[in-house]
Design a binder for this molecule. Structure first.
Ligand code: ADP
Length: 768
C-alpha cells in the first residue's frame, strides 16, 4: 500500500533540511572567522556576527527541542567511522537514552537495535558513508517500552575540501504508525484471503465440490498440513447433519459415519454446536473437548473450530487441526470468523442447487424408468430394463430385482447389476433373509449393516448395506427391489424415497405385464372356444339340414293325401310336424348365418339393387300372414329412389327379419309401415348418400331395460307379450351384421306398448 507523506512529515523534512543548512553554515563560519579578523571595524562586525550566530544557534536548539523527533548531527570519517557531534535532548524520550549516552558509547547504542534489524543500521551507515541519503525503519529495544519502531533518516552534506562527511539526521518513533500499517496490512491480507475464499468456493455445482474447495482453501490460508484432521460438517434446517467432508482420506469408510456421529455427539464439533462459539484448543491432549479416536495418529496437537451461522441458525462447523501445540492464534480465529459469511453463502448456494438438482434428477430417473418399462409385457424384460436404467441413473452400486417363480413361493433374482450381478438366478423363500422379511411384512427394510441383522443370509461377504422395497400392487406381491452396497450405511433418506417411488413404478409395469399376459391367454382361449363352437354349429346345422328336408318332404307328402286319406287328427299332427320342422329350419339357417358371420365366411354378392323391389318381394311373402292378423301394411317411398350397393338376397333377409318381427310383435289389427327415403348421412365427417329404410309398427314396444341388449346373440325380451311369439333371439344380431357388411347402419327407437321403429341405411350405388 502506498503512503503519501503526511503534512507533518513534509514540515519535518523541510525543517530538517533548513536546520541542516543553517547548522552547516554556522559550523563553516565558525571555522573561517579567526582567519578573517584584521582590524577594529572588523572586530565589531565579528562581534555582531557572533551574536547573530549565537542567536541562530539558540534558535536552532529551540527548534530542535520543540519538535517531537530527535535531531542529530554526525560525522563519518574517511575510515567510515561515525561520530555524533550533536543530538537533540528529545532523543531520551524516544530511545530511553540521553544524548550523552550516544555520544560517549563506543557503538552509539547500536546494541539496543533489535538483533534481527542490526543489518539495517549497518546498511544505513554504509549508504551515508558513500554519500547517499537514506532512510530506514528498525526495531529498537526501549528500556521501559520494550520493542519499538524507529525511523532514521539521514542527509549527507559533504565538506568542500575535507573528505569528512557530515550527516544531518532525524530519529522518530514510528511504532504507532507501524502498528497501524501492520493492521492495515493484515486487514488487506484478510480481505485478499476472503476474496480467494469467495472465488474458490462459489460456482461449484455439487455440495461435495463446494465443501472440498472451502476446506482446501481454508487449509491453505491457515497453512495447516494436508494430512491434518480437518473437517466441515453441514447441518440441515432441523439441525441434523446433512453433509460432511473430512480432509483426511485415512478413515476407513465403514468407520467414517460412526466416527462423525461420535465427534458430533461428544467431541469438539459437538461443543461448538452446543455453544455456538469458536473453540481454540491450544493443546488437544489437555482439553476435554477433544475426543481422541482409536485410529487417530497424534497429528492433531492443536485445533480451531468455528461455527458457520446462517442468520440465527447453525449451518456448519469448520474445524482445523495442526500437528504442533499452540499453532492456532487469534488471527487465525479472526480469519475463519471473517470468512464464515462467505462460507455460509457458498454452502447455502450448494444446498439450493443440491435440492434442485436432486429433485430434478429423481424425477428424471423415475420418468425415464417408467417410460422405458411401460411398453414391455414380459416381467423378466421389465425387470432387466428397470435394473439397468436405475443403476445407470443413480450412484447405487448394485440393483437387483426379484420376481416370483410360478409357484409364487420362491423369488428369483431376475435382474442384477453392479457388484450384485453375480447374484442373478439366486432364489429366496419368504421365510428367509431381509428380502423375505420385506415381502412377508410388505414393508421397506433398510439395514445399514447386514452383519448385525439376524435375518441376513450371507450371499456375498462384500455386502454391508441392504435396502429392500417390496413391489406390491393391490396387495399382490409382484417382486422386490433390492439395493446393495459394500459400504456401511450407504443409503440416506433420499435414496429410500427414490427407491420407493421406483418400486411403485416397477410394480405398476409388472402388474400391467401380468394383466396383459392374462388378457392375452384369456383372449386366445375365448377365440379358440369360439372357433370350436362355430365349427360345431356349422357341422351340426349341415347335418340337420338333410334329415329336416326329408321330414318336411314326407310330412307334405302325407298331408297332400297321395298316400291315403288321413283322419282330421292325423292331419293336425302332420301340420304340427310341418310347423316345427319349419321353425327348426329357421333356427338351423340362423345358426349357420351366425357361425358364418363370426368366422368371417359370409359370402356377399354386391350389385346395384333397387330396394323397392326387395321390399315388394318380402311384402308379397308376408302379406297373407299379416292379413290373417288383420294388420294394415303401408309402404311409402321417395320418388326416383336410387339403387343401393348391396347383396340382393341379404337385403331380402334383412327386410324379412324386420318385417316378420313387426308382424310378430304387433297385435291383431295393428299397423305396420315401411318407409324408404333417399338421404344424406354423415359418415366419418363426409356426407354419404344412402337409402334409409324404416319399419314402423305400433306393437308391444321394447322396455328401456331391454333396448340395451336388443342386438345381442340369443337375446329375447323377457316381456311375456314378446315371449308369446316363437323366436330364437338370433334375427336382430344377424340383421345388424348383414347391414354392416353392406356398409350400412342400423338402429331403432321404441316405446313400451306404443310401438317400435327399426331404421337401417344402405349406401347408394355410385353412378357408373
Ligand atoms: P326373435 O324375434 O327370434 O326373438 P330377434 O333377434 O329378431 O329374435 O329379436 C330379439 C327380441 O327383440 C325379440 O325377442 C323381441 O323381444 C324384441 N323385438 C324385436 N323386434 C321387435 C319389435 N318390432 N317390437 C317389439 N319387440 C321386438
Amino acid at each position: 500500500m502506498d503512503f503519501q507523506p503526511s503534512g507533518l512529515e513534509i514540515a519535518i523534512a523541510l525543517i530538517v533540511t533548513t536546520i541542516a543548512f543553517a547548522v552547516g553554515y554556522y559550523i563553516s563560519r565558525r571555522r573561517a572567522i579567526p582567519v578573517e579578523i584584521k582590524n577594529h571595524d572588523l572586530e565589531n562586525e565579528v562581534n555582531n556576527l557572533k551574536t547573530a550566530v549565537q542567536n541562530s544557534e539558540s534558535r536552532f536548539h529551540q527548534v530542535a527541542s520543540s519538535i517531537s523527533d530527535a535531531i542529530y548531527v554526525a560525522r563519518i570519517s574517511k575510515k567510515g567511522e561515525l561520530k555524533f557531534v550533536y543530538l537533540s535532548p528529545n532523543i531520551e524520550p524516544i530511545t530511553g537514552y540521553n544524548p550523552d549516552f550516544f555520544m560517549q558509547s563506543p557503538d552509539f547504542g547500536r546494541v539496543y537495535v533489535h538483533p534481527e534489524d542490526r543489518h539495517i543500521i549497518q546498511s544505513l551507515v554504509h549508504h551515508l558513508g558513500e554519500g547517499k541519503d537514506d532512510e530506514v525503519d528498525y526495531r529498537w529495544v526501549h528500556g521501559r517500552k520494550g520493542v519499538i519502531w524507529l525511523r532514521n533518516s539521514g542527509r549527507v552534506v559533504q565538506d568542500d575540501h575535507s573528505s569528512n562527511i557530515t550527516i544531518y539526521g532525524l530519529i522518530s518513533d514510528v511504532t504507532e504508525r507501524k502498528r497501524i500499517e501492520e493492521d492495515l496490512n493484515s486487514q488487506k491480507r484478510l480481505f485478499e484471503n476472503l476474496l480467494v475464499v469467495a472465488q474458490a468456493t462459489t460456482g461449484h455445482s455439487t455440495m461435495k465440490d463446494t465443501l472440498r474447495s472451502i476446506l482446501d482453501i481454508i487449509m491453505m490460508l491457515i497453512d495447516v498440513p494436508a494430512s491434518s484432521r480437518s473437517s466441515l460438517f453441514v447441518f440441515d434446517d432441523k439441525g441434523v447433519m446433512a453433509s460432511t467432508l473430512l480432509s483426511q482420506g485415512e478413515h476407513v469408510y465403514q468407520r467414517k459415519r460412526q466416527f462423525i456421529a461420535e465427534v458430533i455427539d461428544k467431541g469438539l464439533v459437538g461443543w461448538v454446536v452446543k455453544n455456538r462459539q469458536k473453540a481454540l484448543l491450544f493443546d488437544t491432549s489437555a482439553d476435554d473437548r477433544w475426543l481422541p479416536l482409536p485410529e487417530d495418529s497424534n497429528s492433531a496437537q492443536s485445533a480451531l473450530s468455528v461455527p458457520i451461522m446462517s442468520g440465527a441458525s447453525l449451518l456448519a462447523v469448520l474445524t482445523m487441526t495442526h500437528p504442533d501445540v499452540g499453532y492456532f492464534t487469534m488471527d487465525h480465529a479472526y480469519m475463519l470468523e471473517s470468512a464464515s459469511n462467505q462460507i455460509a453463502l457458498s454452502v447455502r448456494n450448494a444446498q439450493m442447487h443440491n435440492i434442485e438438482t436432486q429433485q430434478a434428477d429423481r424425477q428424471q430417473t423415475l420418468y425415464d424408468t417408467l417410460r422405458a418399462i411401460s411398453s414391455h409385457h414380459d416381467p423378466k424384460e421389465v425387470a432387466k430394463i428397470a435394473a439397468n436404467i436405475v443403476s445407470e441413473r443413480t450412484h447405487w452400486p448394485a440393483v437387483e430385482i426379484l420376481l416370483p417363480d410360478d409357484s409364487r413361493e420362491r423369488f428369483i433374482v431376475a435382474a442384477a447389476t453392479g457388484i450384485g450381478a453375480t447374484n442373478k438366478g439366486f432364489a429366496i423363500t419368504l421365510d428367509k433373509g431381509i428380502v423375505g422379511r420385506a415381502l412377508r411384512l410388505d414393508e421397506t427394510q433398510y439395514v445399514p449393516d447386514v452383519k448385525q441383522d439376524p435375518d441376513y443370509v450371507m450371499a456375498d461377504t462384500n455386502i454391508i448395506t441392504e435396502l429392500v422395497v417390496p413391489l406390491v400392487r393391490s396387495e399382490r406381491m409382484l417382486g422386490a427391489l433390492n439395493l446393495l452396497s459394500d459400504e456401511w450405511n450407504a443409503f440416506d433418506q433420499d435414496d429410500i424415497l427414490l427407491a420407493e417411488s421406483l418400486a411403485e413404478a416397477m410394480a405398476l409395469a409388472l402388474d400391467n405385464a401380468g394383466l396383459h399376459k392374462d388378457l392375452l391367454s384369456a383372449k386366445e382361449a375365448a377365440e379358440s372356444a369360439n372357433m370350436a363352437k362355430s365349427e360345431f354349429i356349422s357341422v351340426v346345422s349341415h347335418e340337420l339340414k338333410n334329415p329336416m328336408t326329408s321330414i318336411r318332404g314326407y310330412a307334405d307328402l302325407l298331408s297332400s293325401g297321395v298316400v291315403g286319406e288321413m283322419s282330421p287328427q292325423q292331419e293336425n299332427f302332420i301340420q304340427t310336424i310341418g310347423t316345427n320342422v319349419g321353425r327348426m329350419q329357421t333356427l338351423v339357417s340362423d345358426l349357420t348365418d351366425v357361425s358364418r358371420i363370426e368366422s368371417g365366411h359370409v359370402h356377399m354378392d354386391f350389385d346395384a339393387v333397387p330396394l323397392v323391389d326387395v321390399v315388394g318381394d318380402v311384402v308379397r311373402t308376408m302379406r297373407a300372414q299379416m292379413e290373417s292378423k288383420n294388420q294394415d301394411l303401408v309402404i311409402t317411398t321417395d320418388d326416383n329412389l336410387p339403387l343401393v350397393w348391396g347383396d340382393r338376397n341379404r337385403l331380402i333377409q334383412i327386410m324379412t327379419n324386420l318385417l316378420s318381427n313387426a308382424y310378430k310383435y304387433t297385435p291383431e289389427n295393428g299397423r305396420v309401415e315401411i318407409c324408404l327415403r333417399n338421404q344424406l348421412h354423415a359418415n366419418n365427417g363426409a356426407n354419404e348418400s344412402v337409402v334409409l329404410v324404416s319399419v314402423i309398427d305400433d306393437g308391444i314396444g321394447i322396455s328401456e331395460e331391454d333396448q340395451k341388449k336388443m342386438f345381442e346373440k340369443f337375446y329375447r325380451a323377457p316381456d311375456r307379450e314378446a315371449r308369446s311369439s316363437p323366436g330364437t333371439g338370433l334375427g336382430l344380431n344377424i340383421t345388424k351384421n348383414l347391414v354392416e357388411l353392406q356398409n350400412g347402419r342400423i338402429w331403432f327407437e321404441s316405446e313400451f306398448r306404443k310401438g317400435t321403429t327399426f331404421h337401417f341405411t344402405i349406401p347408394i350405388a355410385e353412378d357408373e
